[in-house]
Design a protein around this ligand. Structure first.
Ligand SMILES: [Cu+2]
Ligand SMILES: [Zn+2]
Length: 205
């Protein structure tokens, strides 16, 4: 979940099966239309807002680049539409959730400007891509399966979308769950999302 901004909000889900690329799926709202630099920074430290997250995650000590080369944390740009919403799925071959290079505990930063991918021709380009201010940030954490599905939707569970029949089935299941709200109380404001995630799983069986 992105924090430290009143206007820029978002949630980002990372998925990796052993030996495959990490999928980074997210939606960020409240942006200015156009490209915004998007990186994994070294520290999951928000003690001083997004400032304390350090530089781009760079275990190889190389110059800034793009999704294929440069810092491991270089994810290029996300693009916001006219309404300021960026929806994206990034296949990040160099980002790991498993092993000694795991990015769990590190942080995402969304920037004010476009990342020039190291091609800006100045020193800053090779360091930060001239992506400008840090608009919002969030620590990469592990979550329970229910929460992961709540944020990832049906695709993260089965790799396919729901059929019409399954959607109807899900609605019925959620209706039943709402009668028994007590069981979901511990999820607080996420209760509804967790109900949907659980019901999605049941409906798609
Ligand atoms: Cu950054
Ligand atoms: Zn970088």
């Amino acid at each position: 979940m992105l924090e430290h901004s009143d206007s820029v909000k978002g949630s980002i889900l990372l998925i990796q099966a052993p030996g495959t690329a990490t999928l980074i799926k997210g939606t960020v709202t409240g942006l200015t239309p156009g490209e915004h630099g998007f990186h994994i920074h070294e520290f999951g430290d928000m003690s001083d807002g997004c400032k304390s997250m350090g530089g781009h995650y760079n275990p190889d000590g190389v110059d800034h680049g793009d999704i294929n080369q440069g810092h491991v944390g270089d994810l290029g740009n996300i693009t916001a539409d006219k309404s300021g919403t960026a929806k994206f799925t990034i296949e990040a071959k160099r980002v790991d959730l498993i092993g000694e290079r795991s990015v769990i505990g590190r942080g995402f930063v969304v920037h004010s400007d476009a990342d020039d991918l190291g091609k800006g021709g100045d020193a800053e380009s090779l360091k930060t891509g001239n992506a400008g201010d840090r608009l919002a940030c969030g620590v990469i954490v592990t979550r329970s399966e229910e929460m992961t599905e709540a944020h990832g939707g049906e695709h993260s569970t089965t790799g396919r979308s729901m059929t019409k029949g399954e959607k109807g089935k899900r609605e019925k299941i959620v209706k039943g769950m709402k009668k028994d709200k007590a069981g979901f109380k511990r999820y607080g404001k996420d209760a509804e999302a967790v109900m949907y995630a659980t019901a999605t799983k049941q409906a798609m069986k």
